[in-house]
Design a protein around this ligand. Structure first.
Ligand SMILES: N[C@H](CCC[C@H](N)C(=O)O)C(=O)O
Length: 259
């Protein structure tokens, strides 16, 4: 069966997007998800996203990492909002469902402002931090993230005993201005560094903002620039979290999913 797919990227985090409101995509076929995300034998992407109908919401996004595992994806959600506008499902505001619950988002001509789930705690993890922003994130501050061994150290932490059996995403952070950080991320389920990670930069911004009494943090990633805005109610508890940045359709294509 031939299907149409759309390739999107949000600050270099890239996704195969499928309008699956007719629910023809075999979502249980993880080998198919892996093949479509394979950068040699398939389309190539960090993840794959199905857009489906959901009673009471504009749509539901079903996210798969490249290895077929599932989690919340912030950049993917921003791309899902842009894709849903392209499909005519929404105009400039939306209320949609994802694996970690309902989300609001706003579309402007240049960027998507995505409401993230509230965060109730920033935890210490040895000398580092752990935050769940809809997906799990280990956050380590380093002297110079540009020269840091992100893949080697990231894989080691991702597979550490303390994070078994599900593992975690791993973010390395260097402050570059009073209100700006540089972040590189090793992503669970991609099992490599990605050019940016939306739930990851959100986790890093919350930790940095908490340490520096900020409520808006700019983030530089290898794939582009993002902003995170939030309010804090009790110490280490955050709400009204917004992940803000661009999302772009790169191309569309057709592919046979039966072979
Ligand atoms: N790899 C993550 C999910 C995708 C996160 C990232 N692409 C984002 O933008 O949030 C995990 O398994 O928890």
């Amino acid at each position: 069966m031939e299907i149409t797919f759309y390739k999107y990227q949000g600050t270099g985090n890239d996704f195969v997007m499928i309008d699956d409101r007719t629910e023809v995509f075999p979502e249980g076929n993880l080998a198919l998800v892996q093949r479509l995300c394979d950068r040699k034998f398939g389309i190539g992407a960090d993840g794959l996203i199905l857009i489906r109908n959901k009673e009471g919401y504009d749509f539901e996004m079903v996210y798969f990492n490249a290895d077929g595992s599932q989690s919340m994806c912030g950049n993917g959600a921003r791309c899902a909002v842009a894709f849903s506008k392209y499909l005519g499902i929404i105009s400039d505001q939306t209320h949609f469902m994802a694996i970690d619950g309902p989300h609001e988002a706003k579309v402007s001509d240049q960027e998507i402002e995505l409401g993230m789930s509230p965060v109730t705690s920033l935890a210490n993890a040895g000398q580092d931090f752990f935050v769940d922003t809809g997906s799990p994130h280990h956050v380590r501050f380093v002297e110079d993230v540009d020269s840091y061994a992100v893949v080697q150290e990231g894989a080691s932490i991702r597979n550490a005993e303390m994070y078994q059996p599900n593992g975690t995403n791993v973010n390395f952070v260097t402050p570059i201005a009073a209100d700006e950080i540089h972040v590189r991320t090793y992503e669970r389920g991609v099992e490599d560094e990605t050019l940016s990670c939306g739930t990851g930069v959100t986790a890093c911004a919350l930790v940095y903002g908490y340490q520096n009494e900020l409520h808006e943090v700019k983030i530089k990633t290898p794939g582009g620039n993002l902003k995170v805005r939030f309010s804090e109610n009790a110490a280490g508890s955050f709400q009204n979290i917004r992940l803000i940045g661009p999302a772009e359709q790169v191309y569309q294509g057709k592919i046979n999913i039966n072979h």
